[in-house]
Design a protein around this ligand. Structure first.
Ligand SMILES: *Cc1c(COP(=O)(O)O)cnc(C)c1O
Length: 237
């Protein structure tokens, strides 16, 4: 698919909203949709915004920077969620483009965001599955990291997690339940979980924000994976 006209994205967005509405759940909170534009052409951002998406998600600093003009030329700017693994040396470059930092998982990155984007809205990423390859802090460390973020003046809205990507969608439920419980225990509001393959499970477990790309734009070009293995060095926090 080379073109993603707004009408086509709007139809996919409507289908996604119906899919979410069809999930039985005890909650009444709305579920906000972040349109994940990573690896798609910059024009997808305008198509998504015209179609009614109020937030877009990007994973890579370089990719986001290449879309700067596509974002800045919009009359109604979507909220820009940074949803990829965060490296301290990249924060400064994208600080003026990012509205919500969704993957804070260690004190050093909280420190850098507080320095480059004082008072920014952030989510703490939780690794609720224990997979080594995955970013995120372990559930036991979330409360401590929340305190570090707050001490630095960051506005912690909630938590974010990624379900296992190599298993059937149902396998995500135990981790999602752990994260939802943490959101409640800590008195937070945002619970960002669910991607195209496990949206239904995430919403049933209490997600308030799903992040979907392929459901809206079709198959993603190239071989971008959900949780790239990363090896980077950070200065101590
Ligand atoms: C790519 C990605 C998504 C969207 O994945 P789809 O399968 O295209 O819906 C959501 N969240 C994160 C963190 C991602 O990296």
């Amino acid at each position: 698919m080379n073109h993603h006209p707004a009408e086509q994205v709007a139809a996919s967005l409507a289908a996604m909203r119906s899919r979410i509405d069809a999930v039985e759940r005890p909650w009444t909170h709305p579920v906000d949709i972040t349109a994940v534009t990573k690896a798609f052409d910059p024009s997808v951002i305008a198509a998504a915004t015209t179609a009614g998406c109020s937030a877009v998600g990007e994973n890579y600093a370089q990719d986001l920077l290449s879309k700067r003009s596509a974002i800045e030329e919009l009359t109604t700017r979507p909220r820009v969620d940074f949803i990829g693994h965060l490296q301290s040396n990249k924060v400064r470059q994208i600080a003026d483009l990012v509205d919500r930092w969704c993957t804070v998982d260690r004190p050093s990155i909280a420190k850098e965001i507080a320095k480059r984007a004082p008072g920014a809205d952030v989510l703490i990423q939780v690794n609720a599955t224990g997979e080594d390859s995955k970013s995120g802090c372990v559930p036991d460390d979330v409360a401590g990291l929340l305190d570090r973020c707050t001490e630095r003046g960051l506005n912690v809205l909630g938590l974010m997690t990624i379900g296992p990507t190599d298993q059937p969608p149902e396998a995500a439920a135990p981790g999602f339940r752990i994260v939802r419980e943490l959101v409640d225990d800590l008195g937070l509001s945002v619970c960002s979980m669910g991607m195209t393959q496990d949206v239904d499970v995430a919403v049933a477990c209490g997600s308030t924000n799903v992040r979907v790309g392929s459901a809206l734009f079709g198959a993603r070009p190239g071989a971008v994976t959900h949780s790239p293995v990363h090896h980077d060095e950070d200065a101590p926090g």
